[in-house]
Design a protein around this ligand. Structure first.
Ligand SMILES: [Zn+2]
Ligand SMILES: [Zn+2]
Ligand SMILES: [Zn+2]
Length: 332
């Protein structure tokens, strides 16, 4: 059973997905459904004995291309829609114990190519208005499978957080004639204290307004709306910068750093969003090696973040762990 239920109080959709209760929860490594099927072993999601990166439809999707009819009838106050969309899983590596941070930069570059491919293919579907690519990493943020993987949700509408960024970007453009993210990037560069790393195509920083202690944003220096606007050298530049940030995260507390990684691109509903500027945001739940930042009363109940750290200090801390990324000769 799954459907979209309208929340008239906030003006947004909620998906019900009761079948997801049965999904695999932290299986032992021998029974990982995302590892390649071993000879004589139980069949996993990935039949091939070896793969590099792999993408397949989520077995427990919140949204699907041919959704069932809603279980309840909508009313004028409470509209209901079938939960139409696409949910995919992206496997970063066949190695169960790997993470994106430990993968070589060449593999991260291949992942950037996969993100572009899925954005284009899913975005071209007429029932898809927004392609959201992301990763949940670590038990601290509720991951149920440890195998290194990301996810893609292709929605039949523009999700509210993106809509807010679009609205703010459009009004900033109308007010100043400039792009909001381009302005944020130049202000961060001018100040410099919150910059984590950068190269000729991208910059990573903890923004002035960060809600999480180690919230890093990555933005392209060129004003672009999606990953598919990147040149090949910019795709490689993004892979490099992702590797630099992820390795610095792991070194910070000498542990595999948990985070949510969210890629914010333009919608794919056919309208023009040339005032928007794509970027990547990381929301790590850790405040210290052992303490979590909880989303409590003010954050969850009122929507105001309380960050008990200074972005300038946390950026300095994280920046100290950044090292340059080197490509192998054989890189494509
Ligand atoms: Zn696995
Ligand atoms: Zn811009
Ligand atoms: Zn964003």
């Amino acid at each position: 059973m799954s459907e979209l239920r309208w929340n008239p109080l906030l003006g947004e959709w909620v998906a019900t997905a009761t079948h997801r209760q049965e999904r695999t929860f932290l299986p032992p490594a021998d029974f990982c459904p995302l590892c390649p099927t071993k000879e004589g072993g139980f069949p996993t999601e990935v039949p091939e004995s070896a793969y590099d990166l792999a993408v397949f439809e989520n077995r427990f999707p919140s949204l699907r291309p041919n959704p069932p009819a809603p279980a309840v009838e909508g009313t004028e106050l409470y509209p209901v829609l079938p939960a139409q969309g696409v949910c995919e899983v992206v496997l970063y590596s066949p190695d169960h114990n790997s993470t994106l941070a430990t993968e070589p930069v060449e593999q991260i570059y291949k992942l950037v190519r996969v993100w572009i491919d899925r954005f284009q293919e899913l975005g071209a579907l007429d029932f898809i208005d927004y392609v959201f690519e992301f990763e949940n990493k670590g038990e601290a943020i509720g991951v149920t499978l440890h195998h290194p993987h990301g996810q893609i949700y292709a929605y039949p509408f523009i999700p509210p957080r993106i809509q807010r960024e679009l609205d703010e970007s459009r009004s900033h453009q109308a007010r100043t004639g400039r792009c909001l993210v381009c302005d944020i990037v130049s202000e961060e560069q001018r100040d410099g204290r919150r910059i984590i790393a950068g190269n000729e195509s991208f910059v990573a920083y903890i923004p002035f307004f960060a809600g999480y202690p180690y919230e890093v944003h990555i933005a392209s220096l060129r004003h672009l709306q999606s990953l598919s606007d990147l040149s090949v050298s910019e795709q490689k530049g993004l892979a490099e910068l992702l590797k630099m940030v992820l390795v610095a995260y792991d070194r910070l507390f000498d542990l595999s750093f948990p985070y949510i990684m969210a890629i914010h691109q333009r919608p794919t509903d056919g309208s023009v969003y040339d005032y928007y500027h794509f970027h990547i945001e990381f929301y790590p739940p850790l405040r210290t090696a052992t303490k979590l930042k909880y989303l409590a009363g003010s954050e969850t109940g009122a929507g105001m973040f309380i960050n008990d750290t200074l972005a300038e200090e946390k950026a300095k801390e994280l920046r100290a762990h950044v090292s340059p990324v080197v490509w192998k000769e054989s890189a494509p």
